[in-house]
Design a binder for this molecule. Structure first.
Ligand code: ATP
Ligand code: MG
Length: 415
């Protein structure tokens, strides 16, 4: 008897989330991989909650044994790529009576939240269930109207939709939340994001995560020209972006020497392009050591002088691997909108100077020639400095799991 009571109590506090995986158009092996990685990601982003994933095809179930962990799980689901929607569901016995009772309970919650009209939608994959989908809707609707007379049925424009799913178990849920969609992080290889403290690059990173790319990030720091505040800003941005992935390793890379060399030796008009070339050079080498297959930047065509197509050609010439620029055709307003949606905007606009702002020439080269750029870069004799910067990079784990952990220096990844 005692055990039974404990069992009931445990069941009561258990929460189940029903998840709808996205990109259903994927086929065959791709689809299997998508599902495998999504399941892994679900487990990785809910550590310590005891959450268990099950299901495959069109539905996943996430069982969270303690209701107290549910808000944290919801927060993580809101940032998880690869699901089109999710709902917190009630599980009930697979009988018409139990379903109706569960619908009435769920409807009471919707009514309390302010909804005054509703409709019921039913899906039945278990064809042995005695009622058809239509009959389930009718019975559930009657049960709700009887329990809450003020709650009206409106099949055309309901304020709330109550969904019943009769599968291997029976589920009832009210509010369905929209998921981020996209592909699960880890289905599209790895990239290295060049993360500045600005508005653009964090957005670029979040967009690539949404195409399934795992990310590390590099921030080039030029102390004392740039402040500790600027470094912290980059860390905060990596942390926010990492929340959409499986965390991000941020490599804070000291670039003061490189910058000083450019200032000393290069024609003033070329400074910014050459600095970008040095960044690409360093990031490209770093990416190879991290087994990243591309670099990612926040460049947008013609936004500033260094982002004309001619200058982009110069800057990417030192990268040594593809450079992806998800924002290339977006205007600033659209980028800002995305930054607000991802939650990076408020941090990005904090007033800490960027190394490039302090360093910008008043009349920069607009259409740099590649051969000239290559010759100037060569004349800087900067190779050793770029390598030293790479070796001195400080590594910080940002975003869960392992938040805030400073990784030991060395460790094989950046020899
Ligand atoms: P952002 O808003 O991302 O800083 P931006 O419009 O200010 O971009 P630039 O400053 O020209 O443009 O930088 C272009 C891109 O170069 C950035 O989007 C980023 O990917 C990279 N970048 C610039 N500065 C740094 C830095 N200090 N560390 C790492 N990457 C950088
Ligand atoms: Mg910038």
């Amino acid at each position: 008897m005692k055990t039974d009571t404990a069992g009931v109590a445990a069941k009561k506090s258990m929460v189940i989330f029903l998840l709808k995986p996205g990109e259903l158009t994927l086929k065959g092996g791709n689809r299997r991989e998508f599902v495998r990685v999504l399941r892994r990601n679900l487990a990785l982003v809910t550590p310590g909650t005891g959450a268990q994933v099950s299901g495959a095809g069109g539905r996943f179930y996430l069982r969270v044994p303690d209701a107290a962990a549910a808000p944290l799980v919801e927060e993580r689901l809101a940032r998880l790529y690869g699901i089109t929607g999710w709902a917190r569901a009630r599980v009930c016995e697979k009988t018409p009576a139990a379903l109706s009772a569960a619908c009435a309970e769920e409807a009471a919650a919707l009514y309390a939240a302010g909804a005054r009209s509703f409709k019921v939608e039913a899906r039945r994959t278990d064809k042995s269930f005695p009622l058809s989908s239509y009959q389930i809707c009718a019975a559930a609707g009657d049960a709700v109207k009887e329990a809450i007379p003020g709650f009206k049925v409106d099949v055309n424009t309901p304020q709330a939709v109550l969904t019943v799913e009769v599968r291997e178990r029976a589920y009832v849920y009210g509010a369905e939340r929209r998921g981020l969609r996209g592909l699960p992080v880890g289905t599209s290889g790895r990239g290295l994001l060049l993360l500045s403290g600005g508005i653009d690059s964090p957005v670029a990173g979040c967009l690539m995560l949404g195409r399934g790319m795992g990310l590390d990030a590099v921030y080039f720091h030029a102390a004392p020209y740039t402040s500790e505040g600027a470094r912290q800003k980059a860390i905060t941005l990596a942390r926010i972006a990492g929340g959409y992935g499986l965390g991000i390793r941020l490599f804070v890379t000291p670039f003061t020497e490189v910058q000083t060399r450019i200032k000393e030796r290069a024609p003033e008009a070329w400074r910014t392009v050459l600095l970008r070339m040095a960044m690409m050079d360093c990031a490209g080498r770093m990416a190879k050591r991290l087994r990243a297959r591309c670099l990612v930047t926040g460049e947008s065509l013609a936004q500033v002088a260094s982002q004309t197509v001619e200058n982009i050609r110069c800057t990417e010439s030192t990268a040594g691997l593809p450079v992806l620029r998800p924002l290339i055709g977006m205007d600033k307003e659209a980028i800002v909108e995305r930054a607000r949606a991802f939650g990076t905007y408020e941090t990005s606009i904090l007033p800490y100077e960027d190394c490039c702002v302090l360093f910008s020439p008043p009349h920069p080269v607009i259409k740099g020639r590649l051969d000239e750029a290559a010759a100037l870069y060569q004349s800087l004799e900067i190779d050793g400095m770029v390598f030293a910067a790479l070796k001195a990079a400080e590594r910080i784990r940002c975003g869960f799991p392992g938040e805030g952990r400073i990784l030991p220096a060395g460790g094989g990844l950046l020899p």
